[in-house]
Design a binder for this molecule. Structure first.
Ligand SMILES: C=CC1=C(C)c2cc3[nH]c(cc4nc(cc5[nH]c(cc1n2)c(C)c5CCC(=O)O)C(CCC(=O)O)=C4C)c(C)c3C=C
Ligand SMILES: [Fe+2]
Ligand SMILES: [Fe+2]
Length: 344
């Protein structure tokens, strides 16, 4: 610690969640989220019509109903897990050296409020940690966009460092090992399904270098400098790293993608198809993982934990379990601490 040196600011950023489960609040959240040109990356007029006249009006009541299933006294799980992680990280870092804030890319607490607090605290540097392990323009890219939009209005812009992705960080893999062991050590499963948030295929193509990515098994199964920012390749890599660490038999491990929205092709295989194929092949016991999310949320608890379970059971499965996300577990906070030190 150097008493003459200003602190380093840390901003943890997650995706965002509605302010309440009221349909109006869910609609407001969906509008802000889906009007982001990095999320629905089509022409602005098409996006406006799609979001305001189709998705937001029709999806909001359905999503509000889903949010009511996960809502607690502390609000949305995504929000309170992020609050808890921030508090634990803050307690681990020296308060003379670091000032920690957290924000949501959409809705509240806003990135603007978090950055302004860091600016007011006169920090000498800001480390932005987007809480998305695999790089996607729709998530990490969008956070960079928003942070720069705000910082560019400041007279003095301190050094700003962005954590682009952290799939290969050994402590990220260890954190997943630690939440998974109670399940994998308890019994053997017939299949291990790693289900990641999906993306429109065109977003993968845009992130590919020299047209390398053909969205095939082959191109995404290897991780090279040509696909270093390919979300799909980073998801396959995440599966390999976690599965190896847990010693899962390769032939029982499957990577797939959930949450398709709209009619455009999204990255495959789709989780729903993998589940049906798995049941048809006679698998009875499945353990599911959702390592695109570091906190439990609608996408994990409801989509993977409930909806996919139902599909599996209806297709003849007998036992479906979901490994809880990293939430605010100690190993995950250690990983964040390490990311901060590496970028300090
Ligand atoms: C075009 C639509 C979407 C893209 C692209 C997309 C990418 C993406 N999203 C996450 C993480 C999360 N998404 C969550 C919810 C959610 N996502 C979309 C659409 C796209 N996501 C919608 C419409 C919703 C709302 C819920 C619903 O109506 O189904 C969440 C959960 C938030 C919560 O409050 O629980 C997360 C987290 C990633 C990582 C990603 C790209 C890789
Ligand atoms: Fe999403
Ligand atoms: Fe690829």
């Amino acid at each position: 610690m150097n008493k003459n040196k200003a602190k380093i600011g840390v901003l943890l950023v997650n995706l965002g969640t509605p302010d309440s489960t009221a349909t109006g609040d869910v609609r407001k959240y969906l509008r802000e989220f889906l009007m982001d040109p990095r999320v629905i990356d089509i022409n602005p007029i098409g996006r406006w019509f799609l979001v305001n006249l189709i998705i937001a009006p029709f999806r909001a009541p359905k999503s509000a109903h889903e949010y009511r299933k996960v809502w607690t006294d502390r609000g949305s799980p995504l929000l309170y897990h992020t609050q808890d992680v921030k508090a634990k990280l803050e307690a681990k870092l020296h308060s003379e050296d670091y000032h920690v804030e957290f924000a949501m890319r959409y809705q509240s607490p806003s990135i603007e409020a978090g950055l302004n607090r860091l600016n007011k605290a006169n920090v000498r540097k800001i480390i932005v940690v987007s809480l998305f392990p695999q790089y996607a323009s729709a998530t990490n890219g969008s956070v960079v966009d928003k942070v720069m939009e705000i910082a560019r209005t400041w007279q003095v812009i301190p050094n700003i460092t962005f954590v682009n992705n952290f799939v290969e960080h050994p402590k990220f893999v260890e954190a997943w090992e630690s939440v998974s062991r109670p399940y994998t050590d308890k019994q053997e499963f017939d299949q291990y399904i790693f289900s990641y948030h999906g993306l429109p295929e065109r977003q993968i193509k845009k992130a590919s270098c020299d047209g390398y990515c053909q969205l095939s098994e082959k191109c995404c199964a290897t991780y090279t400098k040509k696909n270093q920012f390919c979300y799909r390749a980073q998801c396959f890599l995440t599966t390999r790293l976690i599965a190896n660490r847990l010693g899962l038999p390769e032939e029982k491990v499957k990577t797939c993608f959930q949450s398709r929205l709209g009619n455009d092709p999204w990255i495959q295989p789709y989780t729903e198809d993998v589940i049906k194929e798995s049941a048809a092949a006679g698998n009875k016991k499945v353990l599911a993982f959702s390592p695109a999310f570091v906190a439990d949320c609608l996408e994990t608890t409801v989509e993977v934990g409930e909806e996919y379970k139902e599909i599996f059971m209806e297709a003849g499965g007998e036992h479906w379990e979901l490994v809880p996300s990293l939430n605010s577990t100690d190993k995950w906070v250690e990983c964040l601490e390490d990311l901060v030190f590496q970028n300090s």
